[in-house]
Structures are given as structure tokens and as C-alpha cells.
Design a protein around this ligand. Sequence first.
Ligand code: F3S
Length: 395
Amino acid sequence: MNLEKQDKEILDGKHGHAAQKSMEILAALGEIYGAEKLIPITSVQVAGVSYHNLGDAGLEYLEELAQDGKVSITTTLNPAGMDLVDWKKLGISKDFAEKQIKVINAFKKLGIETTATCTPYLIGNKPQLGEHIAWSESSAVCFANSVLGARTNREGGPSALAAAIIGKTPKYGLHLEKNRQAQVTVIANAKISTLDDFSALGYALGKKIENKIPYIVGLKNANTDQLKIFSASIATYGGTAIFHIENITPNKTIIPKEKVEIHNTDIKNAKNALTDNCAVDFVALGCPHASLRELKEISDMLKGKKVKITTWISTARKTKQEAEKLGILKTIEDSGVIVAADTCMAVAPLKGRFKCMATNSAKACFYAHGSNNFKTKLGSTKQCINYAVNGVWNN
Ligand code: F3S
């Protein structure tokens, strides 16, 4: 890969340790993927924030970089392992909280906005069509490429952080127009309207076409929340980092000859695959982090009611603050629901605390099974809230 004069100086350590380490990572990635050069980027989203996943080795690495490192462009952060303010409410231990705060402080020292959300595009880090960026967090990457039309590979935490420090990323993969073209046409011949329908569509497609890039026809409309949950699901089950939807997403693409169809039975089978026979003891919504519109919808469902089982809604702190101003938060919290900012059901240390989780998110089901050993039920937001209030799962 061709490096500019200043990049070579950085690699030689003339601009400090953190910059040198970061350039080493980017240069190695560029070599592996055959990038011709580094290109400037405008935005970074860094994943790998929960101490639960990072451990002491990850914390040490961050503290080492923070000695002399600083990010050079807009950089936001994925969810942490706890609500950074109300962590006691979530039953988080003091030991864990102390370590998590050290992680956050290292990111702060690096100059990163400690937003702790997987929906940076809902709180101000919203790149525009055609912008080159370096994001980690598979759901946000898929949303950024597909819905915003920005250009990013699926970065890991360290490569995203390296890109944030240098302000550049190697030009390969989804930064190149030719790699962003659809590979299979998907005819959506099914009723897809609720968030769990979009979740199930992501699961069904992921299983059917794996990581081929789909061009989806037949969806009349899809709002931001539906596209957000679909992005999370298809990225989880298919490894997809970009999709196209006729008349909805902004990227230009060829229309592939290869076709697959999605029917109501595929949606139903996907929901069944993520629904176990179990007694729900935990309801978790907000994967990806809930938008203000979702919080409003949930608060309308909860007005004057009380929940009987532990119920979390994960969201960005900024969204929670907006909900507070509008009186939405009070209605939700008065019902006994916990609005967990900065974290989520997958990155918080929840193993052993619950057995069966109800959610509207297929991605949350994946992590509930894989990381926490929970059983799951996938249902609409209304089904989940009804269960939390009445203890009955209505089909
Ligand atoms: Fe976000 Fe956690 Fe889901 S990071 S996408 S809420 S698993």
C-alpha cells in the first residue's frame, strides 16, 4: 500500500506511540486486503467498550494508547457494560463498575465522545451519502452503508480506534463502488410491518442468502426503527454489511438476475426458531438502542400500568434525556420498567440472572442464547409489553 510522507513518519514513531501503533494496524490491514492507499474519513464508531468483553488486557491496551493518543475526527462509542450513572439500579457489582469507569475514562482521554450507544446516527453522528467512515458495531455498519449511504467496512474495535486516531482508513471492500452492488434480488412476498417482522426478515434472509448483498423488492415502506432492527438482524444472521431496498435506500445498484422469495411461512419459521418454550422472566427491548419514537410508543402502552417482571429498555443517554423532557420517561419508569442508558441486554453482565427473555429483536435473541445462555421469545413490542404487565404471551 502506498503511504504518504507523513504516514511513513507516523509509522516510524515520529508522532508518538499511539499514532505509531494505529498506523501499524491500518498499514497491516491495507496490505492484507490489497488496499492501494489510505483515504480520509469523517466519522468513527468504536465498539468493544464493555469491560465484560474487554477484560483487563483490553483496558490496559486502551490506557496505553491514551498516554499520548488523541482522535482526530468525530468519534462516538458503542454501549458499555452498564448504565454509567444508574449502574446500581441494574444490579451491577461495584468491582465491575470501577473497571468499566476506567475504560470510559481512557476513551475520554483519547478525545472520544463517550456516547455509549449503538445508534450514533440517532444522536448526531450521522454521516451523509457517499462519506467514507470507519465504524465498528455490525448493526450500525449495516445501517450506515445501507440507509445513510455512507461507506464503511465492518471494522473491529481496534481498527476503528486506529482510524479515529489517524483520521484515515485503507481503501478496500465497501469503500469501493464495485463491492457495494447487489448480488441477489429478494422478492418480499410477505406481510412485514412490525419490528419483530423486520427482525424475522433479517433472520430468514441471513439463513437464505448468507452474506450476499440483497436488493429487496416488495416492501412498501420502512421507517428508521424498522430499518434499524432489520440492519441488526441481517448483519447478525447473514454477516451482511449492506443491503438495498427498492424505493427506500439511497444507493445505486445493479439489479441481480438471481432471485429468491420470502413468504409469510419464512417469517413465521424465523419467529418460531427464535421462540423457545419457556416462562419469560426478563423482557428486554431496545436492540439496537430505542429511538424516541419507540419510547413514546412504549410509554403509551404502559400508561397507568405496572410491570410484573424485570423489564429493560436500552437506549442512548441523549435519547433518554429527550424522553425525560417530554414526560415520556416518567410514564415508563412509573410502570416499573428500567430505562437502561449506555448499555444493553447483550453487553451487560447478565449471565445467570435470568432464564427466558422476551424481545422484539432477533439480534438480542442471538446474544441471549450465545453469551448469556438464556432461552428467548421473539414477539412484537406490544406482545412483550403485554407479557411484562399481564404475564400472558398473546399470539
Ligand atoms: Fe446495540 Fe446491544 Fe443490540 S449493542 S445492537 S443493543 S446487542
